[in-house]
Design a binder for this molecule. Sequence first.
Ligand code: CO
Length: 136
Amino acid sequence: MKLHHIGIAVKDLEAAMKLYGDVLKLKLVGVEEVPEEGVRIAMYDAGGVRVELLAGTRPDSAISKFIEKRGEGIHHIAFHVDDVDEVCAALSSAGLQLTYQQPKLVSGGSRKINFINPKSTGGVLIEVLTELRKDG
Ligand code: CO
C-alpha cells in the first residue's frame, strides 16, 4: 500500500489551481469533470504523490455538502494497491464499511476505486485504488 494522493475539497477550482500550480509550482497532471458525481477535479504531481483538488459543480454533490458541513480542506487520502478487488474483499471481511459494494471504474476506465467509510477509520475517509493503465 502506497500513498497515491491527497484529496482536497475547494470552493473555487480556478483559485485553488492558481495556488497549487502557479504559486506552489506543482505539475498539473490533468483536469477532469465527472458530471454524475457533480465534481471537477484537478490532479497535480507533487514528487510522486499527487494532490487532487475537488470542487463541487452543484449544491447536492458530495464535495459541496462536505464543504458546507466541514469547510474547505483535506477530504480524503488515497492509497494505491496492486489489486483493489482483493484489498476490498479483505477490508470487508475485516468489518470495514465500503462506499461501493464492488470497486468502481473511473477516469475513463483507467482506475478502479473504492472508499472506506470514515466511521470505520476514526474519521479519515480513505480511498483505495488500482491504476489499470500507466498513462491513466
Ligand atoms: Co481521490
